[in-house]
Design a protein around this ligand. Sequence first.
Ligand SMILES: Cc1cc2nc3c(=O)[nH]c(=O)nc-3n(C[C@H](O)[C@H](O)[C@H](O)COP(=O)(O)OP(=O)(O)OC[C@H]3O[C@@H](n4cnc5c(N)ncnc54)[C@H](O)[C@@H]3O)c2cc1C
Length: 464
Amino acid sequence: MERITLPEQSVPVRGTYDVVIAGGGPGGVPAAIAAARAGARVLLVERYGFLGGLATAGLVAPILAHTAHDSETPIVEGILREMTERMHAAGGAPQWRQACTEWGVRFDPESFKYVADRMVLESGVQILFHALVTDAVTGSEPDGRRVTHLLVESKSGREAVAAKTFVDATGDADVAFRAGARTVQGRAFDGAVESMGSFIHLGGIEGISAEQAERARERLEKEMEAGRIRFYGSGIASDLSIQPDHYALNRTRFAADPANVADLTAAEIEFREQAQRFVRFLRGQPGFDGVYLRATSAQGGPRESRQALGSYVLSGDDIVTGRKHDDAIARGSWWIDIHCPLGHTWPVHLCVVECPRAEACPFWAAEHESGMRSRNSLAPPAGDWYDIPYRCLVPDGVENVLVTGRCISATHEGMAGARVMGTCMAIGEAAGVAAAFAAASDGRCRDLEAEEVRTRLSAGGALV
Ligand SMILES: Cc1cc2nc3c(=O)[nH]c(=O)nc-3n(C[C@H](O)[C@H](O)[C@H](O)COP(=O)(O)OP(=O)(O)OC[C@H]3O[C@@H](n4cnc5c(N)ncnc54)[C@H](O)[C@@H]3O)c2cc1C
């Protein structure tokens, strides 16, 4: 690729903070709230004009892994519970107790946006919307790198923000990567990441009977078998949403590298194509003639991209054994839920030995004797969970950066469980507390006593 050299440039420093959080998704919102509640002066920088990340921009729902595996016992409370209760008061989520009897916390994305705004602002955080973090400026240290500023591009131009500690909540480890931390991507075998996906909301569903939905489902399977619709699942009537007036469907799949802009572009175009094909198909089915496409998500969703590696790497074994750690700062219960990294759709569902395309898959051929898992060996024991150690939040190679949400230190299999939003929110709360504590000393995150973070989290209602 041709390259150009930019002239040296002086950039205005917009502000100096204790903690700057890059990204306002499920990993970033609780981090901002928790850091501010722990006494830090916090700036939250978000590229969109609202908070929530994939919970809002991706229309992703429900919030999973709030309870232990196969159980109604909560394993995440703290800020997730507070947000759920505030959304419930606004008519946008069930009561917490009710949510614990369901497989995820259903919620209305507009309630999420509003409640996140309120809770973040009430905690004293300053928000910068429509601002993309583009780079990290580092100064050197004898034993690693220290980030001094993040560069932010917006309608106001290029600016810098300074802080003692930075939290990378971009989902893609943008900050850690730009700061020179050790990042990896995808499965060890070939670097392929889980496929991207998107949500589709369908309106005009009133009056569709269960029998009609079932008949449409059977016909959809034929469309998928013929390759005319590339979905990975066939259920049409869905209960993912809090509102009964639409179906919220999570069905598309596209093999792409979410850290590559050409792949992201191709994914968005494919997702809209699939949504339109699906609606055209549905309108021909009895009972579905009034159906319309109410919304597609503002962004296609990455399930996995860069992981910033630390001194502990969460693995598939941690998940299935329900492993516990002394430096636990969050809990997860979601299983090794790998959406085919090759982007195969129906009838392929998960990357397991039983995959119907397994024999023709190079990964299966290479790994099935040693590493491939069977469908029955993907989850923690019933009633149990796995811990997320603090070490997964501290990337190697930078001193004053923590990672949260989807980009913590994990293998492909580990991230396939820890990526869900309940776990990301619990990790985020811990990252915020730790960032505030680190900023109150010398900003170095590695040297923090995890026990101090755990004590503060418990005092705030988090389960650790
Ligand atoms: C198709 C699909 C279905 C899923 N289904 C579920 C489900 O049913 N339940 C569940 O719990 N989880 C589900 N997940 C997983 C979950 O949505 C994500 O793993 C989770 O949202 C990750 O949270 P995060 O905060 O790390 O990242 P994100 O949600 O991606 O949030 C990152 C935030 O940072 C911002 N940002 C990114 N880069 C920058 C930058 N450089 N500068 C400024 N801002 C930036 C983004 O705009 C965004 O607001 C699904 C994911 C996908 C893709």
